[in-house]
Design a protein. Structure first.
Lengths: 352, 352
DNA sequence: GCGATCGTTTGGATCGGTTCAAATCTATGC
DNA sequence: GCATAGATTTGAACCGATCCAAACGATCGC
């Protein structure tokens, strides 16, 4: 069923015997047209099968698309499958809903398509979800000359407008919580520090990490533990990627002569996998081992026991990001939203 | 930081001393322009801060937006939170990814905004996710005169292009599976039949349901069980809404003198809640009670025990829907995709 | 030296609307 | 009866590009 020769506003106007201007008013500013005329034009339009003013035409004049694009260097399904992305998207969409703004999803497996997708997306601005490969995305977006903010950018280039969290402060809270409970033997179950890495990291590897998120969290842990007299050298940091690497890491941690009484996990995902491993190996949480996560995903509330974690204020991040785009008032540099500690049942004082 | 007076193609052309046509070619058909000229125009553009051809301008000429809209009469967060919607969106986005098509999310809490959102969405067509309130959505979409297909439309108006599943046949498979295992005492744990209802339904209420999905599944169960000599009157159908109503229903079912040996659940969600209730009340699945779900969501594979269920071919539905829109070749009427039965560990022969 | 050919460039039409100043119509006041 | 304010309508300009037929310029063959 091919689209028949499309009827345009001018056709309707001619047929109805009014000017193009009046016809336009009938649709976009009906109150200014005399009732009689309006009815007639509307009737003519319906009779001719006119589908209403074409959006693209209006757009050209108006300039505003009234939609924001959310982009990621991931397949599009990422938006619906990754827990963090999903939680964030839900918040972003709630804000967009409230302000009647549309959302467009932009993604690409390959760089080639990403370029085109970014360049041709019909949006007023972009929110960039970039866990990795973010720089290229930022660069491309910049060329569109549209407002944009990056969320969770793993690199810290001061010139990129970013809304993020203070990872050092967050990690600090997690470490302080455990230290105040009396723990003195720790291990850090980290996320990705550099492309594809995994395993125990040296001090130098931590500080020279590609991804600042992981680095900052490690630094936050170390710094605060030092205040409690725990030497950084005594707190091993394991980098992990997939589930297998997480399990390998936690196994290594508990293979030590004096295993830690508390685990600092750099993400809830990592923490949850670790808790599973612990349960399988007869170690009780929090009686034998305390564990603190990071992110505050929903699953962390529902785990057994519920996970103590540092929760990211996703709603606030989403609100600020959307506002910034809509008002074309992106932060000049990086802006941080404070994190909060949610104390649940996965932490307790160490035994003895 | 207000956007400075935007530079347009014509400005660049004038500044570079070439015609608008040539300038346009530099960007959209570079190979046709002499290297020297191209370099010069590009340089001028960069110097003037030209952001590349404006999408809206190009659009007007091209006609194709190269994006499809997905609409629902739900808040936008629905796309990221509801399990069924999410699974479907993930599939749809995978198909879009493959064909380089963009996606726009359209939604609205209130009808007022829905109208505007549908009318102003920049898309080449729509996929409608309508579990309820679908008719209004269809009507609005029709006015855009763009191709669209409805998915899972709960009403069966033959004139609406729909890609769906054969609920009767699916329910039939579920019932047959249990009957062939030897079950003869059943109860149906239903989903929503009419706006806000819950509780035991009469035959008339089932047949007069507002939502054809629930009705068809019930009919499928009854019809097939009858073939095995089980009278429909002996198979109670409970309508449910939220978790509480599901628990109430299953409690009622097992309060009977001769409780059923098998449960036919109209959705995996309902089935999973029921399994939880059964576990809490010391009834083992499948030893004491067998249960079959419907939908085939991911959670059904991971439950304990894994749930036997009728799986919806979401990937295929998504593929056909997207293809139909992109090729402007929507099915004239309803098109059904076959369902499959996934036998897992929640079903077994009845005891004794 | 001249016409044909090929690669570039040009200018104007077009996409489908919105907008606004000016023109036209209507009703009111005196 | 006529000027005047207010309500409608008109027509042309414009939004920012793409497209294409025609013009142009250089090279080539004879």
């Amino acid at each position: 069923m091919a689209t028949k020769a499309t009827v345009k506003l001018a056709d309707v106007a001619r047929e109805a015997g009014v000017s193009k201007g009046t016809a336009s008013n009938v649709f976009s500013r009906p109150e200014v047209v005399r009732d009689e005329v309006r009815e007639h034009v509307l009737a003519t339009a319906k009779a001719m099968g006119y589908g209403g003013p074409s959006v693209q035409g209006r757009l050209l004049r108006a300039g505003k698309v009234n939609a924001i694009g959310v982009a990621a260097v991931e397949p599009m399904a990422y938006f619906f499958e990754d827990p963090w992305a999903r939680a964030l998207m839900a918040e972003i969409s709630a804000v967009c809903d409230a302000s009647g703004t549309g959302m467009a999803l932009v993604s690409a497996k390959n760089q080639q398509k990403l370029v085109w997708n970014i360049q041709s997306a019909l949006v007023d601005g972009f929110i960039l979800l970039c866990v990795e490969g973010g720089e290229k995305l930022v660069e491309l977006t910049r060329e569109r000359h549209l407002p944009f903010v990056a969320l969770a950018l793993g690199v810290d280039d001061k010139s990129i407008p970013t809304i993020g969290i203070d990872n050092i402060a967050g990690a600090s809270m997690a470490a302080r919580h455990l230290a105040e409970l009396g723990h003195r033997r720790f291990a850090v179950l980290g996320t990705e520090f550099s492309e594809g890495g995994a395993g125990l990291l040296t001090d130098g590897q931590v500080r020279g990490a590609t991804f600042s998120t992981s680095r900052d969290r490690a630094i936050g842990y170390w710094r605060t533990l030092a205040e409690f007299g725990v030497a950084p050298e005594s707190v091993p940091v394991y980098e992990t990627q997939d589930v297998a690497s997480i399990r390998t890491a936690i196994a290594a941690i508990f293979a030590a002569a004096e295993p830690p009484t508390a685990i600092l996990a750099m993400s809830d995902r990592v923490a949850l996998v670790a808790m599973e491993w612990l349960a399988e190996h007869g170690l009780r949480v929090p009686e034998d081992v305390s564990i603190v996560g990071f992110d505050g995903v929903k699953e962390a509330e529902l785990s057994e026991p519920p996970l103590t974690t540092i929760v990211q204020p996703l709603a606030e991040i989403a609100r600020q990001a959307v506002q910034a785009i809509l008002q074309d008032d992106v932060p000049a540099q990086r802006r941080s939203i404070p994190l909060t500690l949610a104390v649940r049942a996965s932490t307790a004082a160490p035994r003895g």
